[in-house]
Design a protein around this ligand. Structure first.
Ligand code: HEM
Length: 400
């Protein structure tokens, strides 16, 4: 067992290069040569980068690693993210038992059965946005016209938030997720969103509906501020992740005519294709952060209490020991479902049944209804979201 890496630490995150769908080559090199390695963050502090599938699972299911951002040593990958909220923190940054107590209040809403029952409504929403996009001409930005509005409207309906305010949430969510945002900008955006959601919770006390926020109000166990913190987590997670997966998946398929043709010929492959796209694209690309609460050995290295770790989902999902030929997109791959795109352990994504249904419907409908869909720009001109906490494309010009 060793305690430190011999080489000069890599500065994290390293730049991407080569294939825009692959993790940075330097992270991939670490996966092969030194899967638990020390890296330097923007402020010179050191933390551990965990890249192997087995090691990432081991960290994320081990309660000796804490998700609490106020603990010393917690790794912040940008200066802005160091702005731990002044008010209520959402449960993604809490440990059990408080984390489970709060998460349990939402589990029924996101159960597979409940989410599957939403299929007809989600199909209507998807068809509606596609009708509008197609009616506007023969080209569009798929992000703005299709990929983003679908999950945005769905999460607003589930929460009981007015979709007419979507520009307000989307704008502030973008600030929270942009790597270059300063702590002040993130604080300001978060406060605006929390203020909006706190007012909304207050209003639901007198005007209840069947949305999640109203349900939390009726339980009577949380303050309006606590409800707002939960609503904020769902609003941001619900907006950006599925939207980016939809657009990036479309691009990955358009750039791989063989896989695209296979999927078009056999739409029953869609469920497996979505799992493989989640693995291949791994949009949560800047690492899932934790801090060791005790000394723990991972992958033959001693991680000391107070050391930060970043679990690299994108590298773990390209680990050849788990996924043979990991850099191939193969929609019929048998082991795709072992991916860690939704995390692992107690914080594993609460919204994954919803994300799966949204992705399956959005991609199936697009491919079926727009058989001539093609990229409408030089692939070199595509702006990838290397500057954001969730990877994807800023725009996706398509034509049909
Ligand atoms: C947690 C990914 C969609 C709500 C997570 C985590 C990941 C993730 C990696 C774990 C974070 C950690 O351990 O610190 C994704 C991806 C999505 C997606 C790739 C889409 C493709 C959604 C949606 C919602 C959602 C649609 C809600 C509507 C949440 C919540 C948590 C979470 C509430 C925190 C769970 C907890 O701390 O117990 N997600 N997510 N996610 N996600 Fe998602």
């Amino acid at each position: 067992m060793t305690t430190a890496s011999p080489a000069e630490p890599l500065v994290f995150p390293a730049a991407r290069g080569g294939c825009p769908f692959s993790p940075p080559p330097a992270h991939q090199a670490a996966l092969i040569e030194e899967p638990v390695s020390q890296v330097s963050l923007w402020d010179g502090t050191k933390c551990w980068m965990i890249t192997k599938h087995a090691d990432v699972r081991n960290v994320l299911r081990d309660d000796r690693f804490s998700a609490e951002a106020h603990r010393p040593g917690f790794p912040f990958i940008t200066q802005g993210r160091r702005a731990v909220p002044k008010g209520q923190i959402s449960f993604i940054r809490m440990d059990d038992p408080e984390h489970s107590r709060l998460r349990r209040m939402l589990t029924a809403e996101f159960m597979i059965k409940r989410t599957e029952a939403l299929r007809p409504r989600i199909q209507e929403i998807v068809d509606d946005f596609l009708d509008r996009m197609l009616a506007n001409g023969s080209s569009a930005d798929l992000v703005a016209e299709y990929a983003l509005p679908i999950p945005s409207l769905v999460i607003c309906l589930l929460l009981g938030v007015d979709y007419a305010d979507h520009e307000f949430f989307q704008e502030h969510s973008r600030v929270v997720l942009r790597n270059a945002s300063t702590a002040e900008e993130i604080d300001h955006a978060r406060e605006a969103l929390v203020g909006y959601l706190t007012d909304l919770a207050r209003r639901k006390r007198t005007e209840p509906d069947d949305g999640i926020i109203s349900g939390l109000v009726e339980r009577g166990e949380l303050t309006d501020e606590q409800i707002a913190a939960m609503g904020l987590l769902l609003l941001i997670a619900g907006h950006e992740t599925t939207a980016n997966m939809t657009a990036l998946s479309t691009l990955a398929l358009l750039r791989d005519p063989e896989q695209l043709a296979k999927l078009r010929a056999e739409p029953a492959l869609m469920k497996g294709a979505v799992e493989e796209l989640l693995r291949f694209l791994s949009i949560v690309h800047t690492g899932v952060p934790r801090v060791a609460a005790e000394d723990v050995e991972i992958g033959g290295r001693l991680i000391r209490a107070g050391d930060g770790v970043l679990c690299m989902i994108n590298s773990a999902n390209r680990d050849a020991d788990t996924f043979p030929g990991p850099d191939e997109l193969d929609i019929t791959r048998a082991e795709s479902r072992r991916h860690l795109a939704f995390g692992f352990g107690v914080h594993q994504c609460l919204g994954q049944p919803l994300a799966r249904v949204e992705l399956q419907i959005a991609l199936e409908t697009l491919l079926r209804r727009v058989p001539t869909l093609r990229l409408d720009c030089d692939p070199q001109d595509i702006r990838y979201r290397e500057d954001m906490a969730v990877y994807g494309v800023h725009e996706l010009p398509v034509a049909w």
